[in-house]
Design a protein. Structure first.
Length: 223
């Protein structure tokens, strides 16, 4: 089996899609699927799927395809979602509350243990069974509960101080919704940035260029 630290980030970013599609197939009673059939559902080539999965070992059988449940479980294991890392959210505004209420942390390898904010209007508010804590208590909470992951949903100007405090408390992984560049300012820290505005502007470009984009779609030739 390939060493995971040598796997390209582009392959890693596709793993959650495989996991999600395979989970849907399993819930719909599909027992096995070929790379060609999976490619038609996911919009990838069969060759790309085989190359991606071969990075982690051989999962399919010639003439049989992939066992859906087994592959789903294997990818879940590769992603590490069974380990359950404690996570906190810093920023209980609209985005922070939406994330707390709508993201199934427990199904994705995390347990939400704390939510923080500086506004008296939200401190003490209960979100998903968790009371919002004054951000001034961040150090006390982290020393007691030792979260591994921080979700940052504070304004850009507030992010540098918050991130600096969290890194000093031992947090090395961030899901970053702010516009503060954590990775640039703290090399070696693991960051997954989510810029909703960037995504929307990308959609704007694609909407403006529908004809050109359609003309350059690659043709699938796998049989």
């Amino acid at each position: 089996m390939a060493r995971h630290e040598k796997i390209s980030i582009s392959v890693i970013r596709r793993l959650p899609r495989y996991y999600r599609f395979l989970g849907d197939l399993s819930r719909n009673g599909v027992l096995r699927i070929s790379s060609k059939e999976l490619s038609a559902r996911m919009g990838l080539t069969a060759s790309q799927i085989r190359q991606d999965l071969n990075c982690f070992g051989g999962f399919g059988q010639q003439g049989y395809g992939y066992n859906v449940d087994a592959l789903h479980a294997e990818i879940g294991s590769i992603l590490g979602i069974s380990k359950i890392f404690p996570a906190i959210i810093v920023g209980a505004g609209n985005i922070g509350r939406a994330i707390a209420m709508n993201i199934g942390f427990e199904n994705m390898g995390f347990k939400l243990t704390g939510i923080f904010d500086s506004s008296p209007d939200v401190i003490g508010m209960e979100i998903r069974g968790i009371s919002v804590i004054d951000v001034s208590q961040l150090e006390t909470f982290c020393k007691a509960h030792k979260p591994k992951i921080a979700v940052i949903t504070v304004p850009q100007q507030a992010a540098p101080d918050i991130v600096d405090r969290l890194i000093k408390l031992g947090i090395e992984s961030f899901w970053n919704f702010s516009h503060f560049d954590i990775a640039f300012n703290y090399p070696g820290i693991v960051v997954e940035n989510v810029h909703l505005g960037d995504s929307l502007m990308t959609l704007c470009y694609m909407t403006n260029n529908l004809s050109a984009l359609a003309a350059h779609q690659p043709q699938k030739t796998e049989k």
